[in-house]
Design a protein around this ligand. Structure first.
Ligand code: G3P
Ligand code: MG
Length: 358
C-alpha cells in the first residue's frame, strides 16, 4: 500500500493529472493486472519526478457505490484509493436529484436492488426497480419466480396502478435483459407512465442511461456485452412496438463530456485538499490531463474530445499490433500496459518541466 505518510509528504504535481480506466487497464474481471499496482505506486510518488501525480479512476463500470468500488480496487491492487477518486458511469447522475429528488423513478440494472440504494444515496428518494414491479404483479414478467422480499428495494409492495413514474434511469448492466426490457418499455409506453394503463406509441417519460459501452473486457478471452447491448435491444423493441416512434434519451458515461467535467472537478478537489491555497484558474491553464484506457470508442474518443491527452493500452479491448493505433479514435500514445503508460506520462512531464519557457 502507499502509506498515508507518502500521500501527505509528497506535494502533488499541479501541472498534470491522470484518469485511469479500470476494466482492461487495472483489472480483468476479479483479477488485478500486475502492472496496475505498480502504475498506481508510480502515480503515488515512486517516479523520476519524485512527486505525487493526482489521479482518479474513470470507469464505465458501476452497480456499486463509489466507496465500495474504491474498497474493491484498493484490495485488488494493494494501493489505497479513496471514494473521491472514483468516477463510475452513474456518478454524474447524482445531479438528476435536482429534478427527481422526490419524483418516482424506475431504476434499471445491477444486482437485485443495489442500484436503487445507490440512487437513494444520490438523493433520488423515490425509486422502484423492475423486481419491485414484478412483486406487485408477477404476471408482468412471468418467466421468473416472483422475487423474494430480500430482492426488493423496499419492504412494502407499492400499487403501481396508481403510482405513476416520472423517469426511467438505467444505472448499470441489466442482470435480466428480458425482465428489464419488458418493465422499462411498459413505463415508457404507458399512458401517463402508469403501469396497466393503455399502451401508446409515444414516450411518456424521460430516459437516462449511464453507459453505452457495447462491449467491455473482463477475464473471458473475448469482450463481453456491456450496458450498450441492453440499449440496442431497448431501442429495437421500442421501434418494433411503436412502428418507429422516436425514443429520446440522455447518455452518461464515457465518451460523453459530462463524465470528463465531473472527473476534472474531482481532480481539482484532490489538489485543493493537499494545497487549499492552490490557484485553480492558473492550474487549469497549465494542467495536462492524461487518460489511460483500453476502449478506443469510449476512453480515447472521450479523452480526445475533452482536450485531454489519451493513452491506449493493449491489455483490454484494443489488441492491435505493437506499432498500431486505433484507426477511428487514434490515441496520442499507445502503450503495452498501464505501467508503460504511466512511465510515458512521467517522461512527458519531465520533458515539459525541462523545456525552456515559450
Ligand atoms: O462497460 C462495462 C464497464 O465494466 C467498463 O469499465 O473500467 O473499462 O470503463 P471500464
Ligand atoms: Mg476499460
Amino acid at each position: 500500500m502507499i502509506s498515508g505518510c507518502m500521500q501527505r509528504v509528497l506535494a502533488p504535481l499541479q501541472q498534470a493529472a491522470v484518469a485511469l480506466d479500470i476494466d482492461g487497464v487495472l483489472v480483468k474481471g476479479k483479477r488485478a493486472l500486475e502492472e496496475g499496482g505498480r502504475a498506481l505506486r508510480m502515480l503515488g510518488g515512486h517516479n523520476r519526478l519524485r512527486r505525487r501525480i493526482p489521479f482518479v479512476l474513470l470507469t464505465n463500470g458501476g452497480g456499486v457505490s463509489e466507496a465500495e468500488k474504491a474498497a474493491d480496487v484498493s484490495r485488488l491492487l494493494g494501493v489505497q484509493i479513496a471514494a473521491d477518486q472514483i468516477v463510475l458511469a452513474h456518478s454524474p447522475m447524482r445531479a438528476l436529484a435536482a429534478e427527481y429528488a422526490h419524483k418516482h423513478v424506475l431504476v434499471v440494472g445491477g444486482e437485485q436492488s443495489r442500484c436503487a440504494h445507490i440512487a437513494r444515496g444520490y438523493g433520488l428518494a423515490n425509486v422502484s426497480t423492475p423486481n419491485d414491479v414484478v412483486a406487485w404483479r408477477p404476471s408482468a414478467w412471468p418467466f421468473m419466480p416472483p422475487p423474494a422480499a430480500e430482492q426488493l428495494s423496499a419492504p412494502a409492495v407499492r400499487n403501481y396502478a396508481s403510482d405513476p413514474f416520472h423517469a426511467v434511469m438505467v444505472f448499470h448492466d441489466s442482470f435480466d435483459f428480458g425482465r428489464d426490457l419488458q418493465i422499462a418499455t411498459d413505463v415508457l409506453r404507458s399512458r401517463d407512465a402508469t403501469l396497466g394503463a393503455e399502451l401508446v406509441n409515444r414516450q411518456s417519460v424521460p430516459l437516462f442511461m449511464s453507459n453505452e459501452d457495447l462491449i467491455f473486457s473482463n477475464d473471458y478471452a473475448r469482450p463481453r456485452f456491456g450496458q450498450g447491448a441492453y440499449h440496442v435491444c431497448l431501442r429495437a423493441m421500442w421501434a418494433a412496438l411503436t412502428a418507429g416512434a422516436p425514443l429520446e434519451y440522455t447518455l452518461f458515461g464515457k465518451p460523453h463530456a459530462v463524465q470528463y467535467r465531473y472527473a476534472e472537478r474531482l481532480l481539482d478537489r484532490l489538489v485543493l485538499a493537499a494545497e487549499p491555497d492552490a490557484d485553480i484558474a492558473r492550474l487549469h491553464a497549465r494542467r495536462r490531463i492524461y487518460a489511460v484506457g483500453d476502449n478506443p470508442a469510449a476512453d480515447i474518443a472521450g479523452a480526445n474530445a475533452a482536450g485531454w491527452t489519451s493513452v491506449l493500452v493493449r491489455t483490454g479491448i484494443f489488441s492491435g499490433a505493437a506499432d498500431a493505433n486505433d484507426p477511428v479514435h487514434p490515441a496520442h500514445h499507445v502503450a503495452d500496459h498501464v505501467e508503460d503508460a504511466v512511465a510515458w506520462i512521467v517522461d512527458s512531464e519531465l520533458a515539459r518541466m525541462e523545456a525552456p519557457p515559450p
